[in-house]
Ligand binder design. Structure first.
Ligand code: NI
Ligand code: MN
Length: 226
């Protein structure tokens, strides 16, 4: 499976002949100015919560690609009400099958208001399982014991965890999270985009290396194979 980092918390994952795009925040991210939004043709757009830095380009990309939007009930309904009726609404613990893979919406400890202050339901993360391997995208979250449930129920090839601190867990807690989920290959998200979440990348990566794990911090546009 091929995973491409598109800045901040946005990932594009090619798995089971489908492309899954997570949390597109591209046009508002000067660091991601090299990413051609019109060139993105996902089959599905997965949205972890309603904050601007996760939903900004959902509408434009969904319109351009015809992708199905997958999120919590409130966010899926919000897009359905704007005319993007191709949505799949999940709630915590719920799973949907997309051809060769399954997507489950799992707990995150965070908030989820829309940019206008409207209610965006409960924030979550996604666990994707397939014959090609399984992965977890945490969304914005604090470290939580609930992550142990993921480690107990699936074997993950890789996981994307937020590491930027301030609004989410920092890398130290992400390292503990990687133990809870039983995964040694971590992609760091949600860091360096704004001054409050700037981190010391060397320190973060050495913390993982010292624990026998790998923290990948790909450049924007860079792809990794798992
Ligand atoms: Ni957030
Ligand atoms: Mn965020």
């Amino acid at each position: 499976m091929k995973v491409t980092f598109l800045g901040h918390a946005c990932l594009s994952v090619e798995i089971a002949s489908k492309t899954l795009l997570f949390d597109p925040f591209i046009s508002g991210n000067p660091k991601a100015s090299t990413v051609d939004i019109e060139g993105l043709k996902p089959d599905y757009i997965l949205v972890t919560h309603a904050h601007q830095d996760h939903i900004l380009d959902v509408e434009a990309i969904a319109k351009n690609s015809g992708a199905t939007i997958i999120s919590n009930y409130e966010i899926a309904t919000h897009y359905a009400n704007t005319g993007l009726e191709d949505t799949i609404a999940l709630n915590q613990g719920g799973e949907t099958t997309l051809g060769g893979c399954k997507v489950k919406f799992v707990n995150a400890i965070h908030s989820s208001s829309f940019p206008d202050g409207g209610y965006g339901g409960n924030p979550g993360g996604f666990v994707v399982t397939s014959a090609e391997g399984n992965f977890y995208v945490s969304g914005d979250t604090a470290l939580t014991y609930d992550m142990k449930l993921i480690g107990e129920s699936v074997t993950l090839s890789w996981a994307a965890l937020c590491i930027g601190n301030t609004f989410t867990m920092g890398y130290e807690d992400a390292l503990i999270a990687s133990n809870f989920i039983g995964c040694d290959k971590i992609i760091g998200l949600h860091y360096d985009t704004f001054p409050p979440i700037e981190i010391n990348k060397d320190r973060a990566q050495s913390a993982f290396t010292s624990a026998g794990k790998q923290l990948s911090l790909p450049s924007i546009g860079e792809s990794l194979e798992f």
